[in-house]
Design a protein around this ligand. Structure first.
Ligand SMILES: [Zn+2]
Length: 172
């Protein structure tokens, strides 16, 4: 398999995890860690369900990979994620010694890799992470925008229902 094909193949796996998140009302972001052609860690964004502000897809996938490989350093491992990582996850990628980050859609508001910061390019880091962006970017961002659109529509319906005056029949 060519690298681009391979990247798309793994990104589809990350997308299917993102869909699991969307199904339970979490912002749909999915991540996997791949080592030697095998998935060793999986995660989808779930801070609400886990009551954990750090439960981003990348963190959960890194933790599972470390448990699977029984190693806190994920050398020779690549992380695929549907959305550009935030500063917390960018830091975790360096701590975990991930070899390569491959992400789908850019995150213009909070992305720490190419959008708001170039975190991985800092010269004070003790580990360099390779980076590939834009793999299945359209699919990845469509999943997010569809989620937010549905959520806005639902909120609108709920608001409307609350504003609806109660019709009370006056007793004659
Ligand atoms: Zn994050």
């Amino acid at each position: 398999m060519q690298t681009a094909e391979q990247d798309e193949h793994w990104m589809r796996e990350a997308l299917s995890l993102a869909a699991l998140g969307a199904a339970v009302g979490e912002v749909p972001v999915g991540a996997i860690v791949v080592c030697d052609g095998q998935i060793v860690g999986r995660g989808y964004n779930s801070p609400i369900g886990r009551t954990d502000p750090c439960a981003h897809a990348e963190i959960l996938a890194l933790r599972e990979a470390a448990r699977t490989l029984d190693n806190y350093r994920l050398v020779d491992c690549d992380l695929y994620v549907t959305l550009e990582p935030c500063p917390m996850c960018a830091g975790a990628l360096v701590h975990s010694r991930i070899r390569k980050l491959i992400f789908g859609a850019a995150e213009p508001k909070a992305g720490a890799i190419i959008s708001r910061d170039c975190f991985l390019g800092r010269d004070n880091l003790n580990h360099q992470v390779e980076m590939v962006s834009g793999i299945l970017a359209d699919e990845c961002s469509t999943m997010l925008s569809a989620f937010f659109r549905r959520r806005r529509e639902r909120k609108k319906v709920e608001r409307k229902a609350r504003l609806q005056p109660l019709v009370v029949e006056s007793p004659q």
